[in-house]
Ligand binder design. Structure first.
Ligand code: AMP
Length: 507
């Protein structure tokens, strides 16, 4: 009689008074105190007749209680469905209807606004925030001992909706084995142990903060400095007590922008991990120059958990996402034929392994489009494997530019632009062009206090890039639009600069 996810991540810590969460106000929550609350939550789910397989939608601000609800769902076999706190009521209706959630747990401040949406889709509503809410009040009356429901590794544990920058968001169905296999692999690959203290400033509605960070710490019995969100002051304050940190690239660039972030501050640290968006090679280099640490970059996604990682020992190569993780198969294929391309050539990245999800909830056609019958998932990322086996991500397939019949991979152009004097970073997009199909637009962000010389940049491109890859239009912005996970929102840029070639048929 077992429940692998609950037993391995949570149950094993029963009775341990070691710290699990260090909160910003100095409070420390031990593993046993955390489990006691999770047990009360599990009893509340039972009391509300939540059955195994029922979906629990959770839209609450990051707090320890939200993790305890994750534990409670695992214990009762319910499906944990965390949602981005930025979603509006209208958007929430979609998730409730699409998932058929039985219960919505939301922020007390949003209850009134969200109740009509919950009612319309037939979900119960309870509230939760740090230390308060009707869910906590009801659970506080219940015993901490709860019955653990039997589950198998193939049972569903969580739905994570894709960030869906185009089209509707899809509910990725993740099994216990998807989550556990990845946590085991990462814990070993990155050498996590009970002595580790992870500085955690990521959101916990996303795979990075919830599964990569939290599951690895839970599996190995370590602890986390649990910050409500990224804040440079709080990070600088937390680093001295941490041994490891996981972040999106913007965490690293913002830390580097602060003079208090010194080599001395982090000399004791064991590991810095980056992912969810590309880490600029320049950031990697600047970080090493400042601290002596080489950031370890890895690559994954909602549907697959983590796929590749730079090595713990071995060379952490800037601008790459390392090697396929143990147990993960990765191939690069021709988007048209699906056949593997020769090593070194760019194509679609496909992955297979125990980490890969079971499909999109209620969307068999979408699932069939992206998940092959042989188990390979077509990630939608374009990449290549270099001669040493390191995987390079070149961009999303949908960001590929086709101008005058030629394929242009934005990353290749961005890498050249990023090296130009005065340029901090860039984004290259394709927008409609009467002659060429798509015309290439370069969006540049200047380094602080500098203004890049566009004419000089145009001239410099001539030396390194074939002419068909040259941007025909340049824009300068203070910052690139990014989502919470630090991903550049190219769709927003395409929309914004949609008409720039409208009256210039021959540029
Ligand atoms: P999400 O499902 O929100 O986690 O987004 C997954 C996508 O983020 C991937 O398909 C990649 O396009 C991108 N991504 C994640 N990690 C990296 C990385 N290290 N470098 C480049 N892109 C990444």
């Amino acid at each position: 009689m077992t429940n692998p996810l609950y037993d391995e991540l949570f149950g094993i810590h029963a009775g341990k008074d070691t710290p699990f969460l260090h909160l910003a106000d100095g409070e420390v929550i031990s593993h046993s105190a955390f489990l006691a609350q999770a047990g009360q939550f599990a009893n509340l789910l039972d009391q509300e007749s939540i059955a195994p397989g029922d979906r629990i939608a959770v839209q609450v601000e990051k707090c320890p209680e939200m993790l305890a609800l994750y534990a409670a769902c695992a214990q009762r076999g319910a499906i944990f469905l965390p949602l981005n706190t930025g979603y509006s009521g209208e958007e929430l209706s979609y998730f409730l209807d699409n998932s058929g959630a039985r219960l919505l747990v939301c922020d007390p401040a949003k209850e009134e606004a969200l109740r009509p949406h919950a009612d319309a889709s037939g979900a119960m509503i309870l509230t939760m925030a740090a230390g308060q809410g009707s869910f906590l009040d009801a659970a506080a009356q219940l015993p901490a001992e709860a019955k653990t429901i039997d589950r198998s590794p193939e049972d569903l544990a969580a739905f994570l909706y894709t960030s869906g920058t185009t089209g509707r968001s899809k509910g990725a169905m993740l099994t216990q084995e998807n989550l556990l296999s990845n946590a085991r692999t990462l814990a070993e690959y990155w050498r996590f142990g009970p002595q580790d203290v992870l500085l955690h400033a990521l959101p916990i509605f996303h795979t990075h903060g919830l599964f990569v960070a939290t599951n690895v710490v839970l599996l190995t019995g370590g602890s986390m400095i649990f910050l409500p969100k990224f804040d440079v002051d709080a990070m600088i304050g937390g680093l001295p007590a941490a041994t490891t940190m996981m972040g999106v690239p913007t965490f690293y660039t913002r830390l580097l922008d602060d003079p208090r972030f010194t080599g001395d501050l982090v000399a004791h640290m064991r590991l810095f991990v980056s992912g969810s968006a590309p880490l600029l090679a320049e950031t990697h280099t600047a970080f090493e120059a400042r601290t002596g640490h080489r950031i370890l970059e890895r690559y994954g996604m909602t549907e697959t958990n983590m796929n590749t990682s730079n090595p713990y020992d071995g060379e952490r190569r800037a601008g790459t996402v390392g090697f396929p993780l143990p147990g993960v198969e990765l191939k690069v294929t021709d988007p048209q034929t699906g056949e593997a391309v020769p090593q070194g050539e760019v194509g679609m990245i496909e992955v297979r392994g125990p980490n890969v999800f079971k499909g999109y909830w209620g969307m068999p056609e979408k699932t069939a489009e992206e998940l092959r019958a042989d188990g390979f998932f077509i990630t939608g990322d374009l990449g290549r494997v270099d001669e040493d086996g390191y995987v390079h991500i070149v961009g999303r397939n949908k960001d590929l530019i086709i101008a005058g019949g030629f394929n242009i991979y934005p990353k290749e152009v961005e890498d050249v632009l990023d090296q130009q004097p005065g340029v901090l970073e860039s984004a290259v997009i394709g927008v409609p062009h009467a002659d060429m199909g798509e015309g290439i637009v370069a969006v540049l962000v200047p380094k602080a206090g500098e203004s890049p010389d566009i004419e000089a940049i145009k001239a410099a491109l001539g030396d390194v890039l074939a002419r068909f890859k040259h941007p025909r239009h340049f824009e300068v912005l203070d910052a690139l639009p990014r989502n919470t996970m630090g991903k550049v929102q190219k769709a927003a840029l395409r929309e914004r600069f949609d008409g720039v070639f409208a009256d210039r048929a021959t540029t």
